[in-house]
Design a protein around this ligand. Structure first.
Ligand code: SFD
Ligand code: AMP
Length: 622
């Protein structure tokens, strides 16, 4: 520990994370802070240029309202999100994001992002809400704007600094602490306001991929639950922590399906050729009113496919060849035009992957898949926590001041902890913000964080940082002290390495909390047993051992995941119904209960105790 220098940084607004929402927060906070003589500091465990969910790029921007052109109203979007989340959404937050999202998209375009346009210069829509982009460098472009805004204001950005946890001063956030993975430096950030934008979580559940492919998941392997850990352990109220997200993706390399379903109008079928959305249509009656309205919620679409799989009708397939043929059909009378169209569609199909999931293109090539000639396997992924997509987990945040909403207690997007803000994957019950909405919400939160720092000008105290440092480096000390005890450093009675710890967490989540191997089903008995095992894992988290700084990072990532797992299991237990089949199914309460459970399931963790309670849903429009 003596080899690690302690560096203390004092700032007004601290931004933790460098993803889509943090880049939005940085652009806005840098502007307002500079104007008011305040300072902003940003810390990312990686480098914002290629960090987070958008690191590899994206092929579409999934939230664009087209408000100015009268394409959609804000209320239309609020209704869409309500429908997709089976009635559970914070409509004030969704509305607020919707009214700002188009301006984020226009900024992206101004900063250099190529957005597809048609012959009239209008954005090409993938579906009603999505616009197509050439997005391999999407994150580079968005990050560059954020980094420029910070640099122009003279503010510092710390890259490769991993945030371990929050620092509190009573009921107010006082900063954060962490360490560099490149230099021997322990960091203590003292701030008046903190923005937690460290994404969602993957690898809480056992992934389908094994061996060398372990890190190949849909969600980026580097987002490991830091935002939930940070806000939860700071004492912030959580919401929708039961709403995990399970995307259906091209199997094994996790290529996106949105373009196939929406742009190419493709069908998904079972091995015997039945289109599960048509064959199993009657099942949707059981999930009324949401099952009977359009668009059919993502979890129900998943569920109908899972019913096929359960009956042994898998593998499931995306009918790519049929979709391409259908789209080219109109050109059939002119062979030259037909060939040209086929070529165009074929290249769009490959580009969809090359823009965001290169490995899917490699897998297609390796498996001799020609999308215009044959269908291609799809499957439900393992569960993820991503409140900004079609999941809902996150912190309970204050609504916008100017809207008629009962959920307001101060600054917009502030959690229930004074001075602690979040957005994107960090704020719950406001799904379907995606990359663009996360950026817009981050901007909103960043501006409000500056306002908070201005109006609460005293710097909170950070107390004894030596104790934090000791706890942070304990796994390294433990490893060092005990490594000579066995001949194989991986097997030692005095410590557990983070990889083995992660496998244990994933196994119990998979088998008890409804992962892939239990076909996404669970029950109260399974959940309670899972919780017992989790408690024991928690005890063993005190025995983690790390050889290097990177392994120390892995230790803390897994502690973050463990807390994400616990709040998830506990919230599933609290909600005594099945509302999102296709995400998870509680076999002991197999039906949806609109009368008792059309509510938010919220919780607070304080002084070692969990408190769970319901909160009412307030509709913003009809
Ligand atoms: O459709 C720490 N998303 C898509 N959005 C779209 O608009 N279009 C798409 O095409 C999208 N698709 C998609 C999407 C996500 C993923 C994973 C895939 C495909 C494969 C959603 C968006 O990407 C998502 O909504 C936003 O990125 C959310 O933004 P934010 O800011 O909440 O999270 P982030 O961007 O992942 O950034 C997280 C940051 O935190 C850092 N970090 N820093 C310090 N200390 C720690 N301990 C930290 N832990 C994490 C990260 O480095 C990163 O900077 S589609 O195909 O599904
Ligand atoms: P995905 O690639 O599955 O993440 O989808 C991208 C966007 O399209 C998201 O906004 C999804 O909710 C939406 N989407 C994907 N498939 C469908 C579908 N079959 N019906 C309606 N919306 C869809």
């Amino acid at each position: 520990m003596e080899n690690w220098e302690t560096v203390q940084v004092t700032t007004d607004v601290l931004i933790c994370g460098g993803g889509m929402s943090a880049c939005g927060a940085a652009v806005e906070a840098a502007y307002w802070a500079k104007k008011n003589g305040l300072k902003v500091t940003l810390v990312d465990k990686a480098t914002p240029v290629r960090s987070g969910a958008v690191a590899m790029g994206l092929s579409a921007i999934n939230e664009y309202i087209g408000y100015a052109a009268g394409e959609n109203t804000l209320e239309d979007y609020v209704r869409y999100v309500r429908q997709d989340l089976m009635g559970i959404s914070r409509e004030d937050l969704v509305y607020n994001i919707a009214r700002h999202v188009d301006s984020s998209v226009h900024l992206f375009e101004k900063w250099g992002l190529p957005i597809w346009t048609d012959e009239n210069g209008k954005y090409v829509r993938e579906g009603r809400w999505q616009v197509m982009i050439n997005g391999e460098s999407y994150k580079v472009i968005v990050a560059e704007a954020a980094l420029n805004a910070m640099a122009e204001a003279g503010f510092e950005v710390y890259e490769r600094v991993f945030i371990v946890g929050p620092i509190m001063d009573g009921d107010r956030i006082a900063g954060a602490y962490g360490f560099s993975t490149r230099e021997n430096k322990f960091y203590v950030f003292n701030a008046k306001a903190v923005y937690a934008g460290m994404g969602g979580a993957v690898h809480v559940f056992r992934p389908r991929s094994t061996g060398e492919g372990l890190g190949r998941s849909w969600y980026p392997p580097f987002n490991s639950g830091a935002t939930t850990y940070f806000t939860l352990t700071a004492g912030a109220e959580q919401t929708c922590q039961e709403i995990r997200f399970i995307p259906v993706r091209f199997k094994d390399a996790y290529g996106p399906v949105g373009a196939w379903f929406l742009l190419f109008k493709s069908r998904a079928t079972s091995a015997v050729g039945g289109e599960y959305m048509a064959v199993r249509k009657d099942e949707l009656n059981n999930w009324a009113p949401y099952g009977l309205a359009k668009p059919i919620p993502a979890n129900l679409r998943n569920y109908l496919g899972m019913l096929d799989t359960d009956e042994g009708l898998g593998p499931l397939y995306m009918e790519t060849a049929e979709a391409i043929q259908n789209l080219a059909e109109a050109y059939k009378d002119d062979q030259k035009a037909f060939k040209k169209k086929m070529k165009e569609l074929e290249s769009e199909a490959w580009e969809d992957f090359l823009d965001m999931t290169v490995s899917q293109a490699i897998l297609w090539a390796a498996n001799n898949i020609y999308p215009e000639q044959s269908r291609s396997e799809i499957a439900a992924c393992e569960p993820y926590f991503i409140g900004s997509h079609s999941g809902g987990s996150g912190a309970w945040v204050s609504g916008p001041e100017d809207l008629d909403t009962p959920y307001k207690w101060g600054y917009g997007n502030m959690t229930t902890v004074k001075g602690l803000f979040t957005a994107g994957d960090g704020s719950g019950a406001s799904s379907h913000k995606f990359s663009s909405g996360s950026h817009a919400e981050g901007r909103w939160a960043g501006k409000n964080a500056v306002k908070f720092a201005l109006e609460n000008a005293d710097l909170p105290s950070i107390g004894d940082v030596e104790a934090l440092k000791e706890a942070t480096f304990a796994p390294m000390k433990r490893f060092e002290e005990n490594k000579g005890y066995t001949t194989d450093p991986n097997i030692n009675p005095n410590y557990i390495r983070p990889m083995q710890f992660m496998f244990r967490l994933q196994k119990l989540m998979d088998e008890y909390a409804g992962g892939v191997s239990s076909a996404f089903k669970t029950s109260i008995a399974l959940l309670e047993r899972g919780l017992e095992l989790l408690e024991m894992l928690k005890e063993d988290s005190e025995k983690l051992g790390a050889e290097t700084a990177y392994e120390l990072e892995r230790c803390w990532e897994n502690i973050h995941r463990m807390w994400q797992a616990e709040v998830h299991i506990r919230t599933i237990i609290f909600r005594e119904e099945t509302r999102w089949p296709g995400y998870y199914f509680r076999a002991d309460t197999p039906k949806m209960d609109e009368e008792n459970w059309k509510v938010f399931a919220n919780c607070v963790y304080k002084d070692g105790n969990w408190e769970f309670f319901k909160r009412e849903i307030h509709a913003l429009c009809d």
